[in-house]
Design a binder for this molecule. Structure first.
Ligand code: FAD
Length: 299
């Protein structure tokens, strides 16, 4: 008897910024919604940038989307007042689920600048995601997620100190953590073991990135500290046609998720990059609805 639970899948999108991106966004959402995801999430620009683009798409989604919506919110460099206003605006749309983040801080913004801005305005500037979790957790009706890093956040001293800060965010009121992408199941499983040994009992959801383009993935991964093995690079480099690259991406992603599922992982958060075919094909495979490449290209 198969005692494994059916996987639960969620999808992450970024807010579209142009008419062409809008069309792609709604098309991708339409395809992926047919798979009944547990929720979809929409990213939020760092340092409050492009917040309006997220708010605009979230306002449309709450009217048109049939699945729950999680709004990402990033707090670095923002005052408590600015964050409370953003939370209020999101709640006025009916959003109650949040992914509380610090956001990436560009090199040109030094911590001293943030301190100065707080001295000038006399207001508290948030510096870590935990500051935002604390603000959100004031209202127990809010469902709060946070970010986690199976290979440690690039600014942290090491994995154990990063997991210590993750525990701090969870203890302040977050109910789950969604991870940065990684490409090897052992990476996540080792991280989960260490997190559990540290006393973390909340759900740890793997963030899964289908590899659309190996060169771009190598570039992102170098920035965020994710390991891409030589074998994985070779697997993609030996795929020479668009179809074989797509097949390699689906196979790699499905193998990764199935290995995690055998180890008791039931929830998967797919980074869609607002593109339907790979996320759709991977989710179909995980949900036991195999698709042919031709169906996938139609998606
Ligand atoms: P934090 O939890 O604040 O951690 C940042 C660093 O500080 C870590 O090294 C941590 O160990 C350390 N730390 C944490 N708390 C403390 C403390 N109190 N004192 C000292 N050190 C501490 N970015 C966006 O801009 N928009 C998005 O929509 C977005 N979505 C994301 C979704 C997911 C699933 C993930 C994994 C990341 C996402 N990011 C997004 C990227 C994220 O904002 C960056 O990785 C950022 O650099 C760290 O954010 P954080 O919330 O993990 O920060």
């Amino acid at each position: 008897m198969d005692i494994m639970k059916k996987p639960v899948i969620s999808f992450e999108f970024f807010p579209p910024r142009s008419p062409a991106q809008q069309r792609k966004f709604w098309y991708t959402l339409g395809c992926l919604q047919t798979l009944n995801p547990s929720y979809i999430s929409v990213t939020w620009g760092a340092l409050g940038s492009a917040a309006q683009a997220s708010l605009d798409v979230l306002a449309d989604l709450v009217k048109d989307c049939k699945v729950p919506i999680t709004a990402h919110l990033s707090c670095a460099g923002q005052t408590e007042r600015q964050m409370l206003a953003a939370i209020e605006e999101l709640e006025s749309l009916g959003i109650t689920r949040f992914l509380a983040l610090r956001g990436d801080i560009p090199d040109q913004v030094q911590p001293a600048d943030k301190e100065n801005s707080s001295i000038v305005t006399g207001e508290t500037v948030l510096t870590h995601a935990s500051d935002l979790v604390r603000l959100l957790a004031i209202n127990p009706r809010r469902e709060i997620s946070v970010a986690a890093y199976p290979e440690a956040h690039p600014e942290s001293l090491d994995l154990s100190s990063d997991i210590g800060w993750l525990k701090h965010k969870l203890d302040l009121g977050a109910s789950q953590a969604i991870t940065q992408f990684f490409f090897n199941a052992d990476t996540f499983l080792r991280f989960r073991d260490t997190a559990v040994a540290t006393g973390i009992s909340q759900k740890l959801v793997p963030g899964i990135l289908p590899i659309h383009n190996i060169d771009k993935v190598l570039d992102f991964s170098a920035k965020c500290g994710a390991t891409v093995s030589r074998q994985l690079v070779q697997r993609f480099q030996s795929a020479t046609t668009a179809e074989s690259k797509q097949r390699a991406a689906i196979e790699h992603c499905v193998e990764l998720c199935q290995e995690l599922h055998r180890e008791g992982v039931d929830d998967f958060h797919l980074y869609t990059l607002n593109q339907a075919p790979l996320a759709y094909a991977v989710a179909c495979e995980l949900l036991g609805k195999p698709v042919k490449v031709a169906d996938m290209q139609a998606a």
